[in-house]
Design a protein around this ligand. Structure first.
Ligand code: MN
Length: 206
């Protein structure tokens, strides 16, 4: 079964002023669509065509560059759109499970924000910053190059991503040019904590 480009849960212009409409349109219809098409082409007629994207990524290092890069691109962007919302921003309540876990594992929301922002700002070249759940149920922040992610066997730190930020230039260059830190700061205004909380519940139930 071929993978399908997911629809955005909002309109292209809805994340403005934080993320502009043209960037969102190109990012979804060209970049994400391209990863999806190329992933399908790479797995067509192979055993991988019957597997879930998570199962494919778990052995990413064994499937070759086309599957690793485009499979990562397909999964990463599918998560990315969902963890943003025009009604996002703020921070989760300390009484919520995710809010309590952030306080427990990072010390405070501000310390989490600092760690996540640092991962996003210091990722050299193209890549992603992640908030993940480890296999022991602990939250951690990490970065990955290119379209790699922490589900992959080749990732430096492995875990289940529950929040991700695309720091490829195609994600911010039209509005922010070289000012990646401004884009990272703006992202915090659109984070969909309701979705992150759901991702956290799902990851900790495994
Ligand atoms: Mn991207």
């Amino acid at each position: 079964m071929a993978f399908k480009l997911p629809k955005l849960p909002y309109e292209y212009g809805d994340l403005m002023p934080h993320i502009d409409k043209r960037t969102m349109t190109i990012h979804h219809t060209k970049h994400h669509n391209g990863y999806t098409t190329k992933l399908n082409a790479a797995i067509e007629g192979t055993d991988l065509a019957k597997k879930s994207i998570e199962d494919i990524l778990k052995k990413a290092s064994t499937h070759g560059a086309a599957v690793r890069n485009n499979g990562g691109g397909f999964y990463n962007h599918s998560l990315f759109w969902k963890v943003m919302s025009p009604k996002g921003g703020g921070q989760p309540s300390a009484k919520s499970k995710i809010g309590a876990a952030i306080n427990k594992d990072f010390g405070s929301f501000e310390k989490f924000k600092d760690a996540f922002s640092a991962a996003a700002k210091t990722q050299f070249g193209s890549g992603w910053a992640w908030l993940c759940v480890s296999n022991r149920g602990k939250l951690f922040v990490t970065g990955t190059p290119n379209q790699d992610n922490p589900l992959m066997d080749c990732a430096e730190k492995k875990g289940t991503p529950i929040l991700g930020l695309d720091v490829w230039e195609h994600a911010y260059y039209l509005k922010y040019q070289n000012k990646r830190p401004d884009y990272v700061e703006a992202f915090f205004n659109v984070i969909n904590w309701k979705q992150v909380a759901q991702n956290y519940s799902a990851a900790t139930k495994k």
